[in-house]
Design a protein around this ligand. Structure first.
Ligand code: IYR
Length: 227
């Protein structure tokens, strides 16, 4: 067993600073909106790198870090992704989505057209890594499957970190899942143990970008205090 440990680096804040920092973060985060109309203005790649570092700092089951972040800025690859995504979404809207689902989407005003996938300067495709092939013995000839634990939870948390980091860096995102997303393995050449989790267009909102006039639930409706 590896029981190596090191001292925790933890800063205790006064309640006043806790209050101020919690409020400051909330005020910042509540300005985040999912954006569906992007400008083609390029984004600094090093900012994306730093945001991916933040995502990679997330907690994960057994610290297995079962994620891969593929950043696409190549126009041909973006076009291929748009074409494949629109094919799936067309099928979704025209055949696969039941009426109940389409009714739930109506306030968002979405349809199968995904022009933003080509306009936006950058796509971050997040894959969940379901298992790792690790050496089975010392010879390195045989491999065995190392199971990963709590993959969905871990990747969901990392994507939350990523969206928050990108917003904090002044970048707009859309949390996009043009399901089924197997086409992303084909286009991006990712192996079988990696499964597309979400596709995040990242950039700046278009000049005339509009967002649905929708609200978040009130605190009383999401928080239950058991004193
Ligand atoms: N993926 C489709 C449909 C869609 C589904 C949900 I749930 C949304 O919150 C938004 C859209 C699309 O992107 O159009």
């Amino acid at each position: 067993m590896n029981d190596a440990s090191r001292p925790l680096d933890f800063e205790h804040l006064s309640p006043a600073r806790q209050r101020a920092q919690a409020l400051q973060f909330y005020e910042r985060m509540r300005t985040r909106r999912s954006v569906r109309a992007f400008s083609d203005l390029p984004v600094p790649f090093d900012v994306i790198e730093t945001c991916v570092r933040t995502a990679g700092s997330a907690p994960s089951g057994a610290n297995q870090q079962p994620w891969r972040f593929v950043v696409v800025s190549n126009p041909e690859i973006k076009r291929a992704i748009r074409e494949a995504a629109e094919e799936e979404e067309r099928e979704n809207y025209e055949r696969r989505f039941p009426d109940e689902w389409k009714d739930a989407l109506a306030p968002l005003g979405t349809d199968w057209h995904k022009e933003f996938l080509e306009t936006v300067p950058c796509l971050i495709v997040v894959f969940q890594i379901n298992y790792a092939d690790v050496p089975a013995d010392g010879t390195g000839e045989k491999t065995r499957r190392q199971k990963h634990y709590y993959v969905t939870e871990s990747v969901g948390i990392a994507v939350g970190f990523l969206i928050a980091a990108l917003h904090q860096a002044g970048l707009a995102t859309l949390t996009h899942t043009p399901n089924p997303m197997g086409f992303l393995n084909r286009i991006l050449g990712r192996p079988r143990n990696e499964k597309p989790f979400v596709l995040l267009p990242v950039g700046y909102p278009a000049e005339n970008a509009r967002v649905p006039d929708i609200e978040k639930k009130a605190l009383e409706d999401i928080l239950l205090h058991v004193p």
